[in-house]
Design a protein around this ligand. Structure first.
Ligand SMILES: Nc1nc2c(ncn2[C@@H]2O[C@H](COP(=O)(O)OP(=O)(O)OP(=O)(O)O)[C@@H](O)[C@H]2O)c(=O)[nH]1
Ligand SMILES: [Mg+2]
Length: 292
């Protein structure tokens, strides 16, 4: 996971080490190293804004303190850690949100095509202690309903569905009603869509209006890299927290850093594989420690 990102930090750290072996770390020495790092981060699909924020923070932290020869590597690592801790947000607690939610709690999963919404809905159904009803709110893509039903069968969770091409707001409504009668949590899968899909975006707005979800997760795919910025834009104002999937196959780390910096929203979970268990609550400290 995130091997390229780790390598970039290592190279930066060893560049700083060699620089302080020659002379003290001042602006003239550190600026070219920081530009190199920025370039590497951009190559890792970290957005320009996020890369610049990392660069600025590192400049402040490394120039502010005297970096000694022996301790340079450690000092750089600490600075990178602190910078990432500032950008990443893991303050979301699903348990607490569910406590505060109306009865029945209603969760939506939204996002671009193929980002992992349906799989993540199934993972969440498995993860939650409460009983869950799944709403097949993707009435658009071929086989989407069968896909969700298969998960429902595997997990012993009820799936509420209508016909293809039918109004997904009505599907969600029925799922919420079922959740209310049976004391369950409603988890609503939705069709993949981007802002280019005007009709589908309007449809989603209607689903939200009719069903007033307590928690809406934006599901993004780590492999989308910098394109997650467009996704954050398309769904701006519509989501409470982010789930970043496919972290198990991401080398760059760009997506999670960029979307955190851009949206200012917490990352609630990360997807780390295709199994139902492969969903982790996002813990930025252990995440940062793992990569640095
Ligand atoms: N390696 C890995 N694969 C994942 C993860 N999450 C989802 N996938 C895979 O990504 C593919 C797409 O997942 P879906 O859940 O169908 O995505 P979706 O957002 O519902 O797709 P649409 O409904 O077409 O928009 C599937 O093959 C999943 O198994 C993950 O965390 N890691
Ligand atoms: Mg789907």
């Amino acid at each position: 996971m995130l091997d390229k990102f780790k390598d970039s930090v290592k190279e930066f750290s060893s560049d700083v080490k060699s620089a302080v072996a020659e002379k003290e770390l001042d602006e003239d020495t550190i600026d070219p190293l920081l530009s190199d790092l920025r370039l590497k981060l951009l190559q890792n699909n970290v957005s320009l804004e996020a890369a610049e924020e990392i660069e600025e923070e590192l400049r402040d932290q490394l120039l502010g303190e005297q970096v000694k020869r022996g301790g340079a590597g450690e000092r750089v690592n600490e600075a990178v850690k602190k910078t990432l801790m500032d950008i990443l947000d893991d303050s979301f607690s699903l348990e607490k949100e569910l406590e505060d939610a109306e009865e029945p709690p209603v969760m939506f999963l939204v996002g671009f095509n193929g980002s992992g919404k349906t799989t993540t809905a199934a993972k969440l159904a498995d993860y939650l202690e409460q009983e869950v009803v799944l709403g097949a709110g993707d009435t658009f893509r071929a086989a989407s309903i069968e896909q969700l039903k298969e998960h429902g069968d595997n997990l012993g969770a009820k799936v509420i569905s209508h016909e293809y091409e039918s109004d997904p707001a009505a599907v969600a409504y029925d799922a919420v009603e079922h959740a209310e009668n049976e004391d369950k949590v409603a988890l609503i899968d939705t069709a993949g869509r981007s802002h280019a899909d005007r009709n589908l975006m309007n449809e989603l707005e209607k689903m939200v209006r009719v069903n007033e979800p307590d928690i809406t997760f934006l599901v993004v795919d780590a492999l989308a890299g910098n394109d997650v910025l467009e996704q954050a834009d398309a769904y701006e104002g519509m989501f409470d927290a982010i789930i970043v999937t496919k972290m198990d196959v991401d080398e760059n780390g760009g997506a999670i850093i960029s979307i955190s910096q851009k949206s200012g929203k917490p990352v609630a979970f990360i997807g780390t594989g295709q199994g139902y268990d492969d969903l982790e609550e996002f813990d930025k400290k252990s995440f940062v420690e793992k990569i640095i």
